[in-house]
Design a protein around this ligand. Structure first.
Ligand code: NAD
Ligand code: TYD
Length: 365
């Protein structure tokens, strides 16, 4: 009998939000397989640790034997594949891990899923799903007046990260068309929210501002991202899992296009308000324009109309409400921040930022 779901990368940012939301919505048993790289953190999941319907397995998705064994042992009715190397800047300085986990890892998982799926009964086959969680970065970059990315936008990845995710999407698509594995792909815009590792823009700005460190804005800071609160992404994934059509792609986004400078200024304004006795107020004084990221995509924007009209999904948070909740969460979780910003994290900050010359101080919007 199939029961429950298996997710990969559940100790990361979106995966852990997904697990907490899954159980909050009364979800079925869940197995979380995660290698616990620098980005995986079991502290995100302490509130579900003792549950009898939650199992954590530390393991690598590139380990074919392990993955096949887990499918045999737990017989899940779906796989939701989050595990990835996910940070563009790290993909520029060290692309190997991205090819390994994002491409080889997805291939390994698809092969194991196929063997498992082929042995299911006809009734079980109709229920099984392989949901591949991907990114809007596979579509490349938009000019200011271009229409937002839709499901038919041609792939045009520009960073090693985006290229590795695009490759994984193509593999998933091929496993549907060639082998009949019931896959669905979601391509989501930039997420933010609780539990995001502070190497990414929003948590980096919050944690740096709180400690009076410079806020490094790449280039002119006018690059645009389309921001989505992670819990809204998780709601979209549940809708796709329940009602999505196999073989399809669904774009996920909240319709919140903001320039990086706007984002950083909003974070600073929230901190000015929520930490009135901070010695660093106004926090905008910490903004520094630094050397740009090579190959930096100028603009991302998602057209989520297919998801909205077919599956009735809507984001619950606006950028303003979601960002306020996020800043409040980081303020209330100083211990979590302290634990994730030691050792390897400091090394990364030195590696990524010490060679970026400061172009100017105090970026204006
Ligand atoms: P993350 O980097 O926070 O977490 C990744 C998780 O995968 C970590 O827990 C890590 O330990 C695990 N992992 C890495 N390599 C592994 C391996 N070989 N085997 C098993 N586990 C491994 O990433 P995230 O931001 O939570 O992103 C999750 C997924 O969503 C990724 O596939 C990413 O491409 C996609 N996505 C992210 C965003 C975003 O804004 N963060 C937007 C759209 C799509
Ligand atoms: P990031 O959070 O790394 O997500 P992605 O590159 O996947 O979109 O970066 C979001 C934007 O913020 C991106 O345009 C790069 C920019 N950025 C900075 O300006 N400074 C920083 O220190 C970081 C990490 C990102």
């Amino acid at each position: 009998m199939m029961d429950g779901i298996l997710i990969t990368g559940g100790a990361g940012f979106i995966g852990s939000n997904f697990i907490l939301e899954w159980f909050a919505h009364g979800g079925a048993p869940l197995i979380n397989v995660d290698k616990l790289t620098y980005a995986g953190n079991l502290e995100n999941l302490t509130s579900v640790e003792g549950r009898s319907d939650y199992i954590f397995v530390q393991g690598d998705i590139c380990d074919a034997e392990l993955v096949a064994g887990l499918l045999q042992q737990y017989r899940p009715q779906a796989i939701i594949h989050f595990a990835a190397e996910s940070h563009v800047d790290r993909s520029i300085s060290g692309p190997e891990a991205f090819l390994r986990t994002n491409i080889d890892g997805t291939f390994t998982l698809l092969q194991a899923a196929r063997t498992y799926y082929d042995a299911l009964s006809a009734e079980e086959k109709t229920r099984f799903r392989f949901l591949h969680v991907s990114t809007d970065e596979v579509y490349g970059t938009l000019a200011p007046d271009d229409p937002a990315f839709h499901e038919e936008t041609p792939y045009s990845p520009n960073s090693p990260y985006a290229a590795s995710k695009a490759s994984s999407d193509h593999l998933v698509r091929a496993w549907f068309h060639t082998y009949g594995l019931p896959t669905i792909i979601t391509n989501c815009s930039n997420n933010y929210g609780p539990f995001q590792f502070p190497e990414k823009l929003i948590p980096l700005m919050i944690t740096h501002a709180l400690t009076g460190r410079p806020l490094p804005v790449y280039g002119d800071g006018l690059q645009i991202r389309d921001w989505l609160f992670a819990a809204d992404h998780c709601g979209a994934l549940r809708a796709v899992l329940e009602r999505g059509r196999v073989g399809e792609t669904y774009n996920v986004g909240g319709g919140n296009q903001r320039s990086n400078l706007e984002v950083v200024h909003t974070v600073c304004a929230l901190l000015d308000e929520l930490v009135p006795d901070s010695p660093y107020r106004p926090h905008t004084q910490l903004i520094r324009s630094v050397q740009d990221r090579p190959g930096h995509d100028r603009r991302y924007a998602i057209d989520a109309r297919k998801l909205e009209s077919e599956l009735g999904w809507r984001a619950n948070e606006s950028f303003e409400t979601g960002l306020r909740k996020t800043v409040e969460w980081y303020l209330a979780h100083a211990e979590w921040v302290e634990h994730v910003t030691t050792g390897a994290y400091q090394q990364w900050v030195t590696q990524n930022y010490s060679d970026r010359s400061v172009v100017s101080a105090g970026g204006s919007q």
